[in-house]
Design a protein. Sequence first.
Length: 517
Amino acid sequence: MIITPHNDLVKVQGRYIQKFFEIFSSRWNFIVAKTAQSIGNKASWKTVTKNTYRYIREGDRILSTLKPKLEDELLQKIWDSPKHLVGLGFDQTTRYAILDIDAGSIYHPNNGKELESIKEALEDIGLVSPLIIQSSHSRGLHVYYPLPEPVKTFPLAIAISSHLREKGFTIADGTLEILPNLKKKESIYKRCRLPLQEGSYILDDYYEIVGDRLSDFIHRFEWSAAKQDPEQLELAIQQYQKKFYSRDKTSNTTAQPIGKLQEMTLEYEALLENGFRSSTETNRILMFLSRVGRLIKRLGGQDLYQFILDTVKNLPGYQIYCRHKHEIEQRCLDVARCTERHYPLRFKQDPAKALPKPKENNQAKYDDATRRIKTALAQIQKNQEIYQYKTHLLYRIVELAKCSLVTIKKRWNEIKEAAALILKPNEDQKNRTTAKDQNETTRSPQKESKVVCHPSQSKGFSDLEQEKSAPQTVCHPGQSKGFSGFSEKLYTKGIPLVNLEESEDLQSDKKRKFKTS
């Protein structure tokens, strides 16, 4: 087994990196994510479009030059980064197809030999040699089927999906996904993370790790592509495409690509077969069953609730993995209410079968929060804990009462007497408070202000000055709008002040000069 440092992979120059770009040529509507912090956590993928790329690249050095179309240079940088992940979709033609198999799927080699049956089935349509990749640390598989020449994407999806369904295999998310997938005309293909990123390795025929070198991937890709039977594949594509678009003689309509409801139906059938596989699936299964009952079976009210309850109890693995068996009736009722709100239907529902309204428990919640806060204060007093700052006390109450700061502040008047017994400021705080109070009481009064009058209406006489030491009340008896009323104003331009006694003489002199002019 050969494992190389990931930052050395991209140093492979020449035809390997160029061939990698040619194989994964789709550059629009790609997905990026940051590597999961710990093994077992899922990456949070984000789709990059012309409307979202600005928000995704903010605060990220690697993604700072992100654009709606992924250029080769940036693709190389993200793919090589141990802290980032990137995934691409499909264009109108493709050089490969992928079987996406999760670690918990019945088709994973750790859970049986069903994958060998899938390989044998695909040999019938010319896909003979797979290239197996471990997708991530979760040990899921991406089974690549390289092709010697590009083929049309959607016809290839039709051929693989139709053939595997004919052979009795279940195609559903989390079990067995076919990429490229069947889609509606206006939608886009599902995206898939690129190989040889963090946690991704090349596997041999026994599903053992071989390495993560780019050169090995390219060699194996070309070797597998050369072993496929393109003539048999083209014949299978034509046959299944003709069936897929065949006209129904009774309705005279053309079959359409599979839609959301058809995908949901297939996933529902897979769920009935596989059931629970872990203790963390209860919420997902309940929400999925509620959508099935609402959108496919057209149920509402008590009928929807009963469908969810009966189905989840009869699923395989319910008794082993479900941790909500003690409250499953209430959980099904809550999920049914939520689904009715989000998916309103046009038909009228029988009022007798309507779901009961939730209880008005706002006052009960308020009382419960108050009780927990008072219990926390009592515990603090019992432990003889003393706090000098109110903030420290509030955070201690948050920790004990399991509530927020806002909740405590709303009830502060109810608990402030008990909190006063716990808050004990130190001597320095007391001295600072006492000194502050003394300074406020002994502060010298302000100097008396003098009244200065500016009778002039011209702008030049509006800047008359007073002493810097104290503000003065300025009177503007002029008729202009800007000089009406009294105002507090400090003047600093050094122009001498005019006393009130001299103001009448100045005004009369100004009027006299105006008349003579």
